[in-house]
Design a protein around this ligand. Structure first.
Ligand code: 5GP
Ligand code: MN
Length: 333
């Protein structure tokens, strides 16, 4: 996709609007909430009173971010001139708030960094080269010469740090570090962000990892594990999660793709995928109705754990073969 960055058109739409809604994706991560709050706080500086919404609200570990208390999980009966969707590659990713927001908004701005973005909405600020949606927001604010206050910088740096797993992903470029420097200089605390996000885990995450370790298998360069509902509940979780276990699996030298299959309540499986450079799991996720990036992607697939594995594993094997044929030097097993 060719980046289509209508900075001034988007700023014009926002400035002309009196009612603005910002939404982000379900099961929000650091970039989803960081982008929601960074942009929300910037619009407040611009004299707006935006509504900020996400299904389920802000996860506890991200409540330290400025403005988190104002985020709502259900929309009031209201209409908006502009709805801005951040960090969501397709419309369904924005859940219930996105659905209600779209039905009651005049115009949708699609701000994202996923290569699999479907191009929904009327104005697009989508750059697959950006490491995080928060990077797109920072560039937007810079393009329209909006000063970056500490309340804007802290959430935006959170998005940058969490989506790059602490500047470790292959998407990191010199410009990423320039932006981190700029946000720190504007008042963001990298120390606080690291302590609250990447260097923080509840004990139950390790309980979940302990059971997920029992299901690890390595085959054809693919390392995978299952999280059945019983294991999820035994560890103390209500919602499907792998507590970032997939990021541990992809570190294994003998694997080029990592997959975690998480059973959900409604006879479906949430799939988390990671890959080494040269292997594309974004395309696999997209083919399954999900999305993401070449190196990190996901999808929700209906069926039991066994059925979904049977459908997905051949696609992952094909992605391994495809990666090996395109760039043989990338095969590490
Ligand atoms: P994670 O494995 O951390 O949940 O997700 C990794 C990446 O895949 C993220 O960029 C996330 O946005 C994307 N992703 C995960 N699940 C889905 C999904 O169900 N649909 C879409 N479109 N993207 C997903
Ligand atoms: Mn993101």
């Amino acid at each position: 996709m060719i980046p289509n960055l209508n900075w001034t058109e988007a700023a014009g739409a926002v400035d002309a609007a009196s009612a603005i809604l910002i939404v982000t994706h379900v099961s929000p991560d650091g970039d989803a909430i960081g982008s929601l709050l960074g942009l929300g706080n910037a619009l407040v500086e611009r004299g707006k009173r935006p509504d900020l919404a996400v299904d389920g609200g802000v996860p506890d570990y991200l409540r330290f971010l400025p403005g988190a208390d104002a985020v709502i999980d259900t929309l009031p009966a209201k209409t908006w001139d502009v709805m801005i969707s951040v960090d969501a590659s397709d419309e369904t990713r924005t859940g219930r708030v996105g659905e209600v927001g779209r039905a009651n908004s005049q115009l949708v701005i699609n701000l994202d960094h996923h290569a699999t973005n479907t191009g929904f909405g009327q104005i697009h600020l989508v750059d697959p080269a950006a490491v995080s949606a928060s990077e797109v927001i920072a560039r937007w604010l810079t393009a329209i010469e909006q000063p970056i206050t500490p309340a804007i910088a802290q959430p935006l740096l959170t998005g940058l740090v969490t989506d790059t797993i602490g500047f470790r992903t292959s998407s990191v470029r010199p410009e990423t570090l320039d932006l981190a420097r700029l946000l720190m200089a504007a008042g963001a605390s990298l120390q606080t962000i690291m302590a609250r996000t990447l260097n923080s885990k509840p004990y139950k995450a390790l309980m979940l990892w302990r059971s997920a370790m029992q299901h690890i298998a390595l085959e054809d360069g693919i390392i995978s594990s299952d999280i059945p509902l019983a294991d999820l509940h035994a560890a103390g979780y209500d919602e499907p999660t792998d507590a970032d276990f997939v990021n541990l699996l992809i570190q294994v030298d003998e694997a080029v793709i990592a997959a975690v299959f998480k059973e959900t309540l409604d006879n479906a499986v949430e799939l988390s995928l990671r890959s080494k450079l040269g292997y594309d799991v974004g395309a696999v996720a997209f083919a399954l109705g999900g999305g993401g990036h070449r190196q990190a992607a996901g999808a929700t697939v209906s069926g039991t754990l066994a059925e979904v594995r049977e459908r997905v594993m051949p696609l992952l094997r094909a992605a391994v073969e495809q990666g090996k044929s395109v760039n043989p030097s990338c095969s590490v097993f």
